[in-house]
Design a protein. Structure first.
Lengths: 63, 750
């Protein structure tokens, strides 16, 4: 049981490393926009290609 | 799927790539990031189109769109062209606005948000770890030699929460104390420190519980709900009303050597600017060219082109019909006439209304009372059982919350105003919204409000006047924007108009002037009864007080008038009419629309209108903001349904950008539904505090439960404000019609 005196601070230290990681992520701006990534995830590769092709076709029509 | 219809002037983004200009659009703190505000982003597909469509352009390292504020951030290298990005966005069916970093303000907000997030993260971290240690204490470690260790460890982990994470509460409380106002932070900070003190006391005397877990959770949850509220505020209250109106990106600056396109915010007072046909004026200025024709509807309500001569002032936001012209700049941006008007409107929108002042006071009294009860109870009960007394008083202090008062009411009102503004209903302040609920009678003006206001000349009595008199009449009406004046100017063909002296318009009554020694007036007249029962208006032409000719003008009812009136009557409002026009015309309209006959008043002078509206105290006056200003100022609430925004909002409480009265039932609905939400929140808050407070004092609520319940109740109330009611949600925002705005690009379907 007296091992706890060593284990508890060690566990807290480990957790603190993760906290530091969180603080870093926040200051780098990763948490500024929580809405868009959810939408971005839903896009499929095919859709992207479709849009690209259509864009290129449109460009041909425009002078 | 046709090609988009575009106005040349908004397609011109070439100025963006000029070296100096490009620098100004860099995101502060970076050397390759640029931002655009993209109008038209509504769904996931828009996200794919934009990001997918941009990422393969030359020089674009990355393109990321933030859907919550419609801001696109692109990372470019030196080969990229900002202009091409903007044009691509236009081709995809959106409207891009390059964002120039205005000083530091967006940055500060982001920094503040991030700091808040760090505080929340830290307190969450500490709460979790303390709770793990508490768990062992609750499970019986209190009887073991390790009790001190666990309690001490909890205390140490709690310290960063008490100092760093809780700091916003201390600064806010300090500010409140300095201005001698009680604040909701007082019980929170009191609970925090009393709880901490008690816990340390129990720790050292090795008897009783420590409360670090509850206190830490309290801070974590409170910070989270405040952060949520702040983000809400930023999202709903930030979008400026100014943007769509001063929506011009560049101006054509004239220098000795050339005409250069520069961004609108680089225009200086004293610069010479060229404006081309169909362009909106970007600034206020003095006309240097000999003449110009301008559609100044946004400021005067008059859609017909106004002729402007050299050295006269022209205003930002108005539309040039026949360019190119040159002007010398006198004011820019927020200092232009339109800018100042919209600025005032924005300020008024967010000012404190009587209801908010009232709820603020109640909230302050509430926190004070709760504190007193807590202290009294603690002192009283500690004679019986001091540990339980501390527990219960602490639970009470943590649990009690006037959240519905402190933030839900202002939030609900602001949301209502924003929803209304997005639909083109400009409400001067939330006070007007509150007063709408008390309305019992609705009075309409006739010409232009219930009728089309596009008058046509039916006939003259006793006969059509001679050429010279016609010219004189037309000349008289050149200074008025009344529907009668517009009709006369339009239908009388005379071109050589005599110059008049002492030419004035008596608003709401008529015009008068002197000419060659005689005094002429054109004003409302009573019709003889042999005119058929049609929708008409009549004016008389007087020379030296003697009626010379009567002019009968015809009008039509507006298409939506009948429906709207029946809707309003179904909502239990009595509908009446107050007009300066003659009785037969007024009665004809009243009969056709089925108005309450005891509320129909014809031939009313402005003074009479004012007296009537004082007599009928709970009335809503709907009319022309310019010509009915006296009436508007006298009624409980007033709505201007046409005329210029600027003058209307001086007298009226609400201005509807889309002409017509069909919006009125909806406006009233917004008001009643909003009040219902506020009542709902207040009811919930009252119940919560009474029941929760009672249970806390009776000992049924552990401080840690209290720490969970309090922020939950705030969140509930805020959510309730956001969700509103089914009817409020059904009012989806419709981008309001702007006067003389260039055609929007048609969304290209993929």
């Amino acid at each position: 049981m007296s091992l706890l005196v060593l284990l508890v601070p060690m566990a807290i230290l480990l957790a603190a490393i993760f906290l530091a990681g969180y603080i870093w992520a926040v200051s780098q701006g990763h948490f500024d926009d929580l809405v868009t990534p959810a939408h971005r995830m839903l896009s499929l590769e095919n859709e992207h290609e479709e849009i690209q092709v259509n864009n290129m076709r449109k460009d041909e029509h425009h002078v | 799927m046709g090609s988009p219809v575009l106005n040349d002037s908004i397609l011109n983004f070439s100025f963006l790539d000029q070296t100096n200009t490009r620098q100004r659009y860099l995101v502060s703190g970076s050397d390759s990031l640029f931002q655009f505000f993209v109008e038209g982003v509504r769904c996931t597909k828009c996200l794919w189109k934009i990001e997918g469509g941009l990422k393969d352009l030359l020089g674009v390292r990355s393109a990321r769109l933030n859907m919550s504020n419609s801001i696109l951030t692109v990372d470019l290298d030196t080969t990229a062209s900002l202009e091409q990005i903007a044009l691509t966005l236009v081709a995809l069916g959106f409207r891009p606005h390059p964002i120039r970093q205005e000083g530091q303000s967006p940055d500060l907000q982001t920094q503040a948000n991030r700091q808040m997030l760090i505080r929340i993260g830290l307190s969450g971290f500490c709460t979790g770890n303390i709770m793990l240690l508490s768990f062992s204490l609750y499970s019986g470690a209190t009887d073991s030699p390790f009790r001190s260790f666990f309690e001490w460890a909890s205390a140490v982990i709690f310290l960063p929460v008490l100092t760093y994470a809780a700091w916003p509460f201390y600064t806010s409380l300090y500010r409140a104390l300095k201005s001698k106002r009680p604040s909701i932070d007082l019980p929170i900070v009191a609970a925090l420190w009393v709880g901490t003190g008690l816990s340390f006391h129990h720790f050292w005397s090795k008897a009783g519980d420590v409360y670090f877990d509850s206190l830490s959770m309290l801070v974590f949850l409170l910070l989270s709900s405040r952060y949520f509220l702040t983000r809400l505020h930023q999202r709903f209250l930030a979008p400026s009303l100014l943007k769509p109106f001063l929506d011009i990106q560049q101006a054509h600056k004239v220098t000795e050597q050339e005409i250069k396109d520069i961004p609108i915010d680089l225009v200086q007072v004293g610069d010479i600017i060229e404006v081309r046909s169909d362009e909106k004026l970007p600034v206020d200025g003095i006309l240097i060219s000999p003449r110009a024709h301008i559609n100044a509807a946004i400021l005067t309500g008059e859609h017909r082109p106004q002729k402007v001569s050299q050295n006269e002032t022209v205003y930002a936001g108005t539309l040039l019909i026949d360019g190119p012209i040159r002007i010398k700049v006198t004011s820019t941006g927020g200092l232009t006439r339109l800018g100042r008007l919209l600025g005032e409107l924005e300020n008024e929108l967010l000012s404190r209304t009587p209801m908010i002042q009232f709820t603020d006071k109640v909230a302050q009294v509430f926190t004070f009372v709760v504190l007193c009860i807590g202290v009294a109870f603690f002192i009283g009960y500690s004679f019986i059982d001091s540990s339980a007394a501390a527990h219960r008083a602490l639970a009470l202090a943590i649990l009690a919350c006037p959240c519905a008062l402190a933030f839900a009411t202002p939030l609900t009102q602001s949301l209502a105003l924003m929803r209304a503004a997005r639909r083109g209903y400009f409400i001067k302040n939330a006070d007007a919204l509150e007063r709408l609920r008390k309305v019992r009678q609705i009075f309409f003006d006739k010409t232009g409000t219930l009728t089309e206001g596009e008058l046509f000349i039916r006939h003259w009595l006793p006969q059509v006047p001679d050429e010279n008199t016609l010219a004189l009449i037309k000349s008289l009406e050149t200074i008025s924007s009344h529907p009668v004046a517009k009709a006369i100017r339009r239908e009388i063909a005379a071109t050589q108009l005599p110059e008049l002296e002492k030419h004035v318009e008596i608003t709401g009554q008529g015009v008068q002037a002197n000419y060659q020694g005689d005094f002429y007036e054109l004003k409302a007249t009573t019709l003889r009864d042999d005119i058929e029962n049609e929708i008409t208006t009549a004016v008389g032409f007087y020379k030296n007080g003697q009626l010379q000719y009567s002019l009968v003008l015809g009008d039509k009812l507006k298409a939506d008038s009948k429906d709207t009136i029946s809707k309003l009557k179904a909502m239990n409002y009595s509908c009446g009419l107050i007009s300066g026009d003659n009785s037969p015309s007024v009665n004809a309209v009243a009969k056709e629309l089925n108005l309450n006959s005891d509320l129909v008043f014809a031939e009313a002078s402005p003074e009479h209108k004012r007296d009537l509206l004082h007599k009928y105290k709970d009335s809503l006056m709907i009319g022309d903001g310019v010509n009915d200003s006296v009436a508007m100022a006298s009624s409980l609430v007033s709505i201007a349904v046409h005329g210029s925004m600027e003058s209307s909002l001086k007298a009226a409480d609400i201005y509807l950008a889309d002409p017509g009265i069909h919006a009125i039932p909806e406006l009233i609905e917004i008001s009643t539904e909003t009040f219902y939400v506020i009542k709902r929140n207040l009811g919930f808050s009252l119940a919560y505090n009474l029941i929760g407070g009672g249970l806390a004092l009776l000992g049924y609520i552990h401080p840690i439960i209290a720490a969970i319940m309090m922020p939950l109740s705030s969140a509930t109330v805020v959510l309730s404000a956001l969700i509103g009611t089914t009817k409020l949600r059904a009012l989806s925002p419709v981008h309001q019609q702007q006067i003389a705005k260039p055609e929007r690009p048609v969304e290209v379907t993929v």
